[in-house]
Design a protein around this ligand. Structure first.
Ligand code: PLP
Length: 386
C-alpha cells in the first residue's frame, strides 16, 4: 500500500470533519515551505485543524477583532490566556462574583505561581470602581471581568474601568452571558474577549468549547501556549460549533425575546421576590445594560417567596425545564443555585456571593415560551407563600 493519501476531494459545501492526528507533506521542500510560512498546510493535530480555523474566523468576525482561538472548553480558554500573560509578582484583579471555577482557578492555582489575585465585588458599581482604584497597582497585569456575571448578571462600566488602568494592563472580558450578539466589549476597551461556547454559541447542549479573541499580536502569544498546553478542541466538536454559528443570530433573537417574556412574567408575579435580568429596570445595572448591551439573553435568575425547602419543591415541581447546570442551549434548564452549583460552598461563602437559598437560575430553551411560563406559574402556585 502506498503511504500517501491518493485523493484530493475538497469541494464539499460543508467542510468535513478533519478527524486526524497528523498531516502529511509531499516532500522535504514542502516541509521547509511550511516552516517559512510560505504555504498554508497542517502539521500536527495539536497545532492546526481546518475545523478550528473556520470557527476562529467566524468568532473573530462576530467579535469584530483580528483573530481568535478555539479551545476544549471555556475554562481552558481562560486558563491558557491568563497563563500566557501572568508572571510571578504580577497582580490580577477580577470580578469576585463570577463563575465558580474561574474564581477557584484564580484563588487556588495562581497564588502557587506567586501571582497575587484580588477579587473586587461588581454588585455595586460605584463601590466597585472605588475599590478597584485602591487595589490597582503598576504591576496589575490582568483585569479579568465577567460581565454579565453568573448568576446575577451584574455588569461593569467598561469605559470607566478602561480609564482606570494603564497601558501595560490587559483587560480581559468573559462575555459568555452576553455573546457577541448582545455585547461588543472591544468597542469599550477590552483587549481579549472570552466565550464559553458550551453555552449560547454552541447552543445545542452537545459540545464543550471555548474561545478567546483579540489582536493578532495577543492571539499569537496565546497560540504558542495552546500549542504547548494542548487544550485543543476535538475536531468533531469544532465541526458542530461551526455548524451552530450559522444559526447563532437567529437563536439569539429568540433568546432575547423569550428571556424578556419570562423575566416580565416573573417580575409581575406576587410569588417572586426579586428578578435579576438586565432588561428590567429593577436590575441594579439596568442603566449599564442600556449602554453596553443590545439584548439581554435567555438566562434569568430570581428569588422566590419561599425558604430553602419550598424552593427545592418549586424546582422539583417544574416539568418543562431539565434540572441541570447549563444555559444557552435548546433545552430549558433550571437550578436552585444553593444546592446545585454552590452546594460545596460554606454558608458564609454563599452569603458573600449573594447565593440565597431561594435563588433560582433559569435558562429558556427554543421551545414554546408560553408553555414554560405556565409551568413556572403552576409550580409557584403549588409551592410558594403569598
Ligand atoms: C461565565 C462563564 N465563563 C466560563 C465558563 C466555563 O465554560 P466551560 O464550561 O465551557 O468550561 C462558564 C461555565 O459555566 C461560565 O458560566
Amino acid at each position: 500500500m502506498p503511504n500517501q493519501k491518493q485523493t484530493d476531494y475538497n469541494n464539499s459545501c460543508v467542510t468535513p470533519t478533519y478527524q486526524n492526528t497528523v498531516y502529511f507533506f509531499k516532500n522535504t521542500e514542502q516541509v521547509i515551505q511550511y516552516h517559512e510560512s510560505e504555504i498554508n498546510v497542517g502539521r500536527y493535530g495539536r497545532y492546526d485543524n481546518p475545523n478550528w480555523l473556520e470557527v476562529e474566523k467566524k468568532i473573530a468576525t462576530l467579535d469584530n477583532v483580528q483573530d481568535a482561538l478555539v479551545f476544549s472548553s471555556g475554562m481552558n480558554a481562560i486558563v491558557t490566556s491568563v497563563l500566557t500573560f501572568a508572571q510571578p509578582k504580577d497582580r490580577l484583579i477580577y470580578t469576585g462574583k463570577c463563575y465558580r471555577n474561574v474564581r477557584n482557578f484564580f484563588k487556588s492555582v495562581l497564588p502557587k505561581l506567586a501571582i497575587e489575585v484580588i477579587p473586587v465585588d461588581s454588585a455595586d458599581t460605584q463601590r466597585f470602581h472605588e475599590e478597584f482604584e485602591t487595589q490597582y497597582r503598576e504591576n496589575t497585569k490582568i483585569v479579568f471581568i465577567e460581565a454579565p456575571s453568573n448568576p446575577h448578571l451584574y455588569l461593569v462600566d467598561l469605559e470607566r474601568l478602561k480609564s482606570q488602568i494603564g497601558p501595560n494592563t490587559l483587560l480581559i472580558v468573559d462575555s459568555t452571558l452576553s455573546t457577541p450578539f448582545n455585547c461588543q466589549p472591544q468597542d469599550f476597551g477590552a483587549d481579549l474577549i472570552i466565550h464559553s461556547c458550551s453555552k449560547y454559541l454552541g447552543g445545542h447542549g452537545d459540545i464543550l468549547a471555548g474561545t478567546v479573541s483579540g489582536s493578532t499580536k495577543l492571539i499569537e502569544e496565546i497560540r504558542n501556549y495552546r500549542n504547548m498546553m494542548g487544550g485543543v478542541v476535538d475536531p468533531h466538536a469544532a465541526f458542530l460549533l461551526n455548524r451552530s454559528l450559522e444559526s447563532f443570530k437567529i437563536r439569539m433573537k429568540h433568546f432575547n425575546q423569550a428571556g424578556m417574556e419570562v423575566a416580565q412574567y416573573l417580575q409581575n408575579s406576587p410569588l417572586v421576590e426579586n428578578v435579576f435580568y438586565t432588561g428590567l429596570e429593577s436590575h441594579p445595572h439596568f442603566a449599564l445594560g442600556q449602554k453596553y448591551l443590545t439584548g439581554h439573553g435567555g438566562v434569568i435568575s430570581f428569588e422566590i417567596k419561599a425558604n430553602r425547602e419550598s424552593t427545592s419543591r418549586f424546582v422539583d415541581t417544574l416539568t418543562v425545564p431539565f434540572m441541570g447546570s447549563n444555559f444557552g442551549s435548546n433545552h430549558p434548564m433550571v437550578e436552585q443555585c444553593s444546592i446545585f452549583t454552590y452546594y460545596k460552598q460554606s454558608a458564609q461563602e454563599r452569603q458573600q456571593l449573594g447565593i440565597t437559598d431561594n435563588l433560582v437560575r433559569l435558562s429558556v430553551g427554543y421551545g414554546d415560551t408560553g408553555m414554560l411560563i405556565e409551568d413556572i406559574d403552576r409550580a409557584l402556585q403549588e409551592t410558594c407563600r403569598v
